[in-house]
Structure formats: structure tokens, C-alpha cells
Design a protein around this ligand. Structure first.
Ligand code: NAD
Ligand code: DAU
Length: 353
């Protein structure tokens, strides 16, 4: 039984959003409509979902719009009888937020505010507002301990501060106006369709091009890696069965120091495609570079709540998830070439003006 029949997904041309929409169509019993709204920033790539327009013409719609544009978003909600919102759209890359925070503040905070206001105005019809957020709002851990839903907020980068601001607004709209919100704070995702500015796809594609593999500082920072499909399943579980007003922490149970992760990727690539010309391993290309300012030391999630309440747990180990990811990047060179060359931005200009 579907609770919802017209889901607005924001940021569906980005990494997690496109995996989520694919997951909905390909792996769940959802039979309703999905309206994907995305502004197509540098990180949004409609090619990631191009086949869905042909496979599900009655059920899948893509609209290029900016979540900060209240009139455009109101039009989408009204024209498509939207009954639920799954909100992924954001500026998502920490390094970019350090260089130029402007869009992080306007999209992540004001864009979320715009959607909340519209949901409030459509209180009779919007029955779920799920906000996808990050564990980075909790700041940084030392060598032990875990983030939970009760960890105090202590964001350290403009990105995480803007996500923290959006989380607070979402929670406030539940407490003040009774909006049926849920929030998830998850750890580092990886998998197919991830833009190669993030660590794992950047390392895979640089390695395949025999380029340097830049590791920040000494590579001792730890991340808790979550395979994107596991994350999508968690979001769908919360979307359908989460309790209004509640936050859920989602993690992959896969902690790894950056340097160990990059070395592991190199060994896997050596096995899968053979080491690069004149070198014994891709690991020979690792270079230690200047550290990220304010670099959070460690993230790790205790996902006990979502396990106990919704029966969710990650299915992929880091080994199995990385193998799938490397294979995907090897087998989808048309997508990676488009993204690496910036060619898809020309395609966007041609198709969407
Ligand atoms: P992404 O950068 O790959 O995709 C973001 C998408 O949002 C892009 O398609 C972009 O075009 C769109 N977008 C940006 N600004 C917009 C605007 N003003 N209006 C409409 N669309 C806009 O990001 P992602 O990695 O897929 O992350 C999705 C969500 O998950 C974000 O909210 C992010 O904070 C959160 N998150 C990501 C991770 C991760 O590891 N990638 C982990 C935890 C949480
Ligand atoms: O924890 C969730 C967050 O994970 C999300 O909210 C963010 O949207 C997502 O970008 C990610 O943030 P990180 O900063 O952890 O991810 P990134 O892939 O940029 O970096 C992962 C780690 O690798 C981090 O410690 C920095 C390091 N790094 C990154 C890059 C791009 C390197 O050492 N070299 C690099 O070239």
C-alpha cells in the first residue's frame, strides 16, 4: 500500500537524489508519480536519469527550477498535486563552501525555508516532509565515541553550519506548526553517479588517468562510509514509517582513515585493471597535500534508533560497496567522460537553456 502518490524530490539530478529516484522506480513497490525538481548546478546531471523519462513517461517528470524560487515551487506543488516532499537539494561540497559560502547559505537555508513555507501553506495536502541532512552538523569526534540523534550541534564548516540551520528550521516547523517532518543525518555516501570532486570518485578517476591522488594532511581523518543504496533504503523507510518530528542517524558501520581507504582503492584497482604503466601500484600516485582548514577529525554514527524502530541496517560492507563502485565507474565511461570534460553542461545548455 502506498501512502503517497505524488512525491516531490528536490535535487534529484545530484548523486544521492538520482540514486533515490532510481531506487523508488526499480526496487520498491511505489506506483505513484515522482516530480524531480533540480536547478542543474554544476553538480546536477539530468543524464543520470535520462532513461526514466522514456521508461516511465506517465510517472516521472523532471522540472528545472530553483528551490529558492517560491513562485516556481508553488507552481510545481499545485500543478502536480504533490502530497509529500523528499528534500535532497543542497550545495554539498565542504571545500567549495570554504572558498565561496554564498550559495550554501541561500540554497541550504533559504531554499529549505521556502519549501517549508510552501508545505505549511499546503498543510492539508502535504503529508510528509523529509529533510536529508548530514552528520557534519554534529562537528567532529575524537578517536572514540559516536554521533547519535541526541548529540549537540557543533558544525565547523560553512557547509555544515548551513545544513545545521536548515535542520533547525525543519524541526521548528514541526514544533510550531505541526508539519509532518522527518530528518535524517547520515555519514559519507559513496557509489554510482557521485560527482568526482568527492574523495572516492575523485581517487578512482584520477587513478585511471594516472594522475596524482591528493590526500589532505596526513590522511588520518576518519569517515564512516555508507553505500548510497543503503542510504536510499533508509530514507524510504523513514519516509513511509518514520515518526513525525523525529530525527534518524544513519551510518554505514564502515569507519576508515582516509589514507587506508585510498590505499585500499589502489589495491582493488591494481587487481581489477592492472597497475599503471611503469609503476608497481596506483598507490605510487598518492601525494600528501595541504590540509583542509577546520578539517573535522572523525565522523562515526551509532544507528541504533533506525535499527530498532524501522529494522534498517546497512547491507554493504566497505569491501563489497567499493568493488561495486569501482566497477560502476569502469563500466560507465560515457557518464564519467561527460562529467570530467564538463560536456554535460553544454548538453544542459542545449536542452534546458
Ligand atoms: P549533490 O551535490 O551531488 O547534488 C545536489 C543536487 O541539488 C544537484 O543536482 C544540484 O543541481 C541540486 N541543487 C543545488 N542547489 C539547488 C537549488 N537552489 N535548487 C534546486 N536544486 C539545487 O549532493 P548529494 O551528495 O547528492 O547530497 C544530497 C543531499 O544529501 C544534500 O542535502 C547533502 O547535504 C546530503 N548529504 C550528502 C552526503 C554525501 O555523502 N554526499 C552525506 C550526508 C548528507
Ligand atoms: O559526512 C557527510 C558528508 O560527507 C556530507 O554531508 C557532504 O555533503 C559530503 O561531501 C561528505 O563530506 P566530506 O568532506 O567528508 O567528503 P569529501 O569526499 O570531500 O572528503 C572525504 C574525506 O577525504 C575528508 O576527510 C577530506 C578528504 N579528502 C577529500 C578530497 C576531495 C582528501 O584527503 N583528498 C581529497 O581530494
Amino acid at each position: 500500500m502506498n501512502k503517497y502518490s505524488a512525491i516531490l524530490v528536490t535535487g534529484g539530478c545530484g548523486f544521492i537524489g538520482c540514486n533515490f529516484i532510481r531506487y523508488l522506480f526499480e526496487q520498491t513497490g511505489y506506483r505513484g508519480k515522482v516530480v524531480n525538481v533540480d536547478a542543474l548546478t554544476y553538480a546536477g546531471n539530468p543524464l543520470s536519469l535520462a532513461d526514466l523519462t522514456e521508461r516511465f513517461p506517465e510517472r516521472y517528470t523532471f522540472i528545472r527550477a530553483d528551490i529558492r524560487d517560491r513562485d516556481a515551487m508553488a507552481g510545481v506543488i499545485d500543478c502536480h498535486d504533490i502530497d509529500s516532499i523528499c528534500h535532497f537539494a543542497a550545495e554539498s561540497h565542504v571545500d567549495r563552501s570554504i572558498v565561496k559560502p554564498d550559495d550554501f547559505v541561500t540554497t541550504n537555508i533559504m531554499g529549505t525555508f521556502t519549501l517549508l513555507e510552501l508545505a505549511r501553506q499546503h498543510a492539508g495536502s502535504i503529508r510528509r516532509f523529509h529533510h536529508v541532512s548530514t552528520d557534519e552538523v554534529f562537528g567532529s569526534l575524537g578517536d572514540s565515541g559516536y554521533f547519535t540523534e541526541d548529540t549537540p550541534y557543533r558544525p565547523n564548516s560553512p557547509y555544515s553550519a548551513s545544513k545545521a540551520g536548515s535542520d533547525h528550521l525543519v524541526r521548528a516547523y514541526h514544533t510550531t506548526y505541526g508539519l509532518p517532518v522527518t530528518i535524517s543525518n547520515c555519514s559519507n555516501n559513496y557509489g554510482p553517479y557521485q560527482f568526482p570532486e568527492k574523495l572516492i570518485p575523485l581517487m578512482i578517476l584520477n587513478a585511471l588517468e594516472n594522475k596524482p591522488l591528493p590526500v589532505y594532511g596526513e590522511g588520518r581523518n576518519v569517515r564512516d562510509w555508507l553505500y548510497v543504496e543503503d542510504h536510499c533504503r533508509a530514507v524510504w523507510d523513514i519516509f513511509r514509517n518514520g515518526i513525525d518530528g523525529r530525527t534518524y542517524a544513519i551510518g554505514g558501520d564502515c569507519e576508515q582513515r582516509n589514507i587506508d581507504l585510498v590505499q585500499r582503492l589502489c589495491v582493488m584497482l591494481d587487481d581489477l585493471v592492472g597497475s599503471p604503466a611503469g609503476k608497481s601500484s596506483y598507490a605510487d600516485n598518492i601525494v600528501f597535500v595541504k590540509d583542509r582548514p577546520g578539517h573535522d577529525h572523525r565522523y562515526a554514527i551509532d544507528a541504533a534508533r533506525i535499527r530498532a524502530e524501522l529494522g534498517w541496517k546497512p547491507r554493504e560492507s566497505l569491501g563489497s560497496g567499493l568493488r561495486k563502485t569501482i566497477r560502476w565507474y569502469l563500466e560507465n565511461r560515457a557518464w564519467t567522460d561527460h562529467v570530467r570534460s564538463g560536456e554535460y553542461q553544454n548538453w544542459i545548455a542545449e536542452h534546458y537553456g
